[in-house]
Design a protein around this ligand. Sequence first.
Ligand code: GLC
Length: 602
Amino acid sequence: MLIMCVACAASAYEFRTAGSVGDVKAAALLGRMTLREKIGQMVQVDLLALADKEHLARYAIGSVLSGGDSDPADISPKGWADTYDELQRYALKSRLKIPIIYGIDAVHGHNNVNGAVIFPHNIGLGATRNPRLVEQAARITATEVAATGIDWTFAPAVSVVRDERWGRTYEGFSEDPELVAELGAAAVRGFQSRRLSGPTAILACAKHYLGDGGTAGGKDQGDTVCDEATLRKLFLPPYQAAVKAGVGSVMVSFSSWNGLKMHANRYLITEVLKGELGFQGIVISDWAAINQLPGDYKDQIRTGVNAGIDMFMIPDGPPKPNNYVQFIELLEELVREGQVPEARIDDAVRRILRIKFELGLFERPFADRKLLNLVGSAAHRKVARECVRQSLVLLKNDRNVLPLPKKTGRIHVAGTAANDIGIQCGGWTITWQGKPGNVIDGGTTILQAIRRAVHPSTTVTYDTDAQGAPGANFTVVVLGEKPYAEGVGDRQDLSLPESDLQVLRNAKASGAPVVFILLSGRPLILGEALELCDALIAAWLPGTEGDGVADVLFGDYNPTGKLSFSWPRSMSQVPINVGDQSYDPLFPFGYGLRYTQKNAKR
Ligand code: GLC
């Protein structure tokens, strides 16, 4: 039985300021370390870049990560736990036996693990407007991550997404800074629990600092051009809230502000984040992000370290260039040459060690195998199903065609996305980009959920193009974006493809009422689709629990979802955000219909 520690939500997280138990221990250990051992702690090596596991001890490496595609051969929960424990055993052979901290992108569940529960991506959680539910989802994700030994998730993304052309729109909760701040802080509390040393607590990471969702044209890793007052108003509130919630790490953005790469921005990282906001945790770089800075590797390292970055994500090992051994050697040179003050190294390493002590890694460095059976549990799926229910937004319901009756002659289901877990989950699912198909065990497609929900006397038929719709009492068309992640998802035209419109035309031609369920990582330009359906539900990227969609479809849950993004009429309106001077979207921020009482139950 999963005891939800949601009551802890109100309590602040213990680790906050210098002088905590972890800090005292960190200072003592720091005093025993050589310069090279200190620098080793600032290195986070990707699992697939580790040239030799012995390097973990030889170079006193501080951290390992699994990037989107850096998986062990066995991606079962046990396979991940075995990999984690093996690496930890190597790390503990170092002179001072300092354990590694292992990071991964568990951004909508423990999404690299087969059989894990996959939650709706943040765009759907944003539509729930429910911080307690968001915290619960993060708490469950943390439990499944901790079960595999892993200590750190690179989540929540607290991007304030201002242009839907950005391929990472779905990783954001909203376009509105206050809503992002509220839900981001809830996720931090859920991941980190009341005590970081708790058995299922993991380190959270607010990302990507600062202004990642504000780039011109929504270009991934692009340039956010605005004055400081606008930057602070739009993008800083989520970090203020996350720091207040005790977030233990912040990831720097690949993007730039007014032409200066964030990874070189000492003012925003050191003076604003660490100084003004009082952030005491770890500032981590993004994936090889310092290699985008001017100069050679040594210049890039000096710039990043002096900007205030504490740990560096290094996806390359010897003999490749810009590798983790070179990083250590070059940074040692920079300190000896006086180009990087040793006090800067001490600040970084003290932050890293403090977190490791707070996590209890020195006392309990290995996976707690008792938790493994919780991964993908029915109790976890139940909460994920509730997240799906509350994330769906009813945008149209002519003649109250919804909710559908469970008992009717025939329901025809159409569309490639109706029976595809991979499309339902989207990017960051088993692989970095995600992909269509049966990518993960344990999920339920929308078609399977509909079949499970209807009365035994109701026939459910299915095809991809709705040619089989004639004669049915209702047609449910489920269409969706093919999975993508990061810049791969950047698009200049968000219109529905002609092939999707044709499916809707086929469905409408049958004469029966048409319900259109859209699976997407952002609002899309609907065009003719809006007239081709009688009812429309935005289901975002709901994850593995398709039953939550059927719950809304058949009225077992009366939809409560509210748009956390403005829905544009056409591309000429993009970007469009609540608060704009001239604001005339197809559906406004906060929009969402409910079933009327008379048709709420059928
Ligand atoms: C990626 C993303 C970041 C992620 C990191 C590790 O490029 O920008 O969100 O946490 O690399 O996978």
